[in-house]
Design a binder for this molecule. Structure first.
Ligand SMILES: *Cc1c(COP(=O)(O)O)cnc(C)c1O
Length: 421
């Protein structure tokens, strides 16, 4: 470490040297991979967050569609603290309390017959890709390993999932990009996907609504077409519902709107309500090949995560959350439409489903997000010049009214700044 610099008085000079190095490199002890906004939140309640100066913010990003029941929902606090007083971790070499309860529950309410628990979304997508490859291998077709995915999609930040996302933003500098992904256009007519299928294709991987890509929904008809194509060619259909699942669109899972089901479905984000939890759900014909020793996770499915997953599903059911999503979605989209009419130079388009809404802008999303932040409203940027509006699923009409007021102020501020330029 000292190289050419060899101080005589080591103790003092070492300190000086380290300060020097610190200054020269200007590197913080946390990797500078995020452009963080200037706030540190200390506590939260429902859709409200409070910073270290006790300033109140309206959180309409929900930690990127994670805190689906708002911050510190009493039922979730109770589930977590009760479990924390009992048991945290034992490892998957034992039976884990809650795993069967949550898995049975998720099987009951979905197409799935079986699942694997993870700690994050990317891990759930990784599991989905492994399941697809394994399925074809077990059926005597090891040459079928390629996955078709779509431009603008986001599936995580691991080596496989950045290859599936495919954009340079994700892959640049991390080459060689992992083989096995054909990233194709996000077609208006998904019957065109059939042209890309080869005898090496294992699966089609798609988000029913692109989240990071800018709230781009795949139409019902298109999801149905993908199902037909997959069936015709005996390839697997994977719906990444990590962002759009768990009630976000007004149904428990977004694909229910289309009346078709996938073979494999990674979920995460909302299912933990703020606790790291993911799962990869699958139908029997796929799941049965993930035999003893084929996959694993140290933390996946730990007792704390299971307690949270169960509490999230139960609360969504007990509090009739899906009905609230539909009702509040009608209100929010109408209010956003009005805002668009009032500020046509700022807002181009309103789109989305349920409480997964986006406004496409005539300005750069970061400018809108930063101006909203100054007005103490938290939103999330996305691709395609879109800002995401992802309130908790138990949001009230009053809180939507307030958020719309704050967005109105944000539009005014933006126009004011523009006229000053
Ligand atoms: C967030 C997200 C992921 C990745 O989840 P992580 O928990 O960040 O690994 C994957 N797919 C979609 C659609 C997502 O929104």
């Amino acid at each position: 470490m000292f190289g050419q610099f060899r101080p005589k008085d080591l103790s003092l000079n070492k300190i000086m040297y380290e300060i020097m190095v610190e200054k020269q490199n200007n590197i913080s002890s946390i990797l500078p991979t995020y452009a963080r906004m200037d706030a540190k939140f200390i506590r939260g309640e429902g859709c409200k967050l409070y910073d270290d100066n006790d300033q109140q913010y309206h959180d309409f990003g929900s930690g990127i569609a994670v805190n689906c029941l708002g911050h510190c929902h009493p039922a979730l606090v109770k589930a977590l603290t009760d479990q924390a007083g009992k048991l945290w971790h034992t490892s998957n070499i034992f039976h884990i309390d809650g795993q069967a309860t949550l898995a049975d529950k998720l099987c009951d309410i979905t197409f799935a017959d079986s699942m694997f628990f993870t700690n994050s979304g990317a891990e759930a997508v990784e599991c989905a890709i492994k399941m697809a490859r394994r399925y074809h291998d077990a059926n005597g077709n090891p040459e079928k390993f390629r996955v078709i995915s779509f431009e603008g999609s986001f599936h995580g930040r691991t080596l496989a999932t950045i290859a599936a996302g495919g954009s340079e933003k994700l892959t640049k500098g991390f080459g060689p990009v992992m083989d096995g992904f054909d990233v194709i256009r996000f077609y208006r007519d998904m019957s065109k996907v059939e042209d890309h299928i080869t005898n090496e294709t294992a699966a089609i991987l798609i988000e029913p609504i692109q989240g990071e890509g800018g709230i781009r929904p795949v139409s019902r008809e298109n999801l149905q077409k993908l199902r037909q194509i997959a069936d015709k060619h005996d390839i697997l259909l994977i719906f990444d519902e990590i962002q759009c699942g768990v009630g976000r669109t007004g149904k428990m899972f977004a694909h229910e709107h289309a009346g078709v089901t996938p073979d494999i479905m990674p979920i995460a984000k909302g299912i933990g309500g703020g606790f790291p939890l993911g799962a990869c759900l699958a139908v029997e014909k796929v799941a049965k090949h993930m035999t003893l020793g084929t996959h694993g996770s140290t933390y996946g499915g730990n007792p704390l995560a299971m307690a949270m997953g169960i509490a999230v599903i139960e609360t969504i059911e007990n509090e009739d959350i899906l009905a609230n999503v539909q009702k509040m979605s009608d209100k929010l989209s109408l209010d956003l439409m009005k805002l668009r009419k009032k500020y046509p130079d700022v807002i181009d388009m309103v789109r989305g489903l349920g409480l997964m809404m986006g406004i496409k802008l005539h300005i750069e999303p970061p400018e809108f997000v930063r101006t909203a932040f100054k007005n103490k409203l938290l939103l999330v940027g996305a691709g395609e010049n879109t800002v995401r509006i992802l309130p908790p699923l138990n949001i009230t009409a009053e809180d939507i009214d307030r958020a719309i007021e704050l967005m109105d102020m944000t539009c005014q501020d933006i126009l004011k700044n523009k006229s000053l330029d």
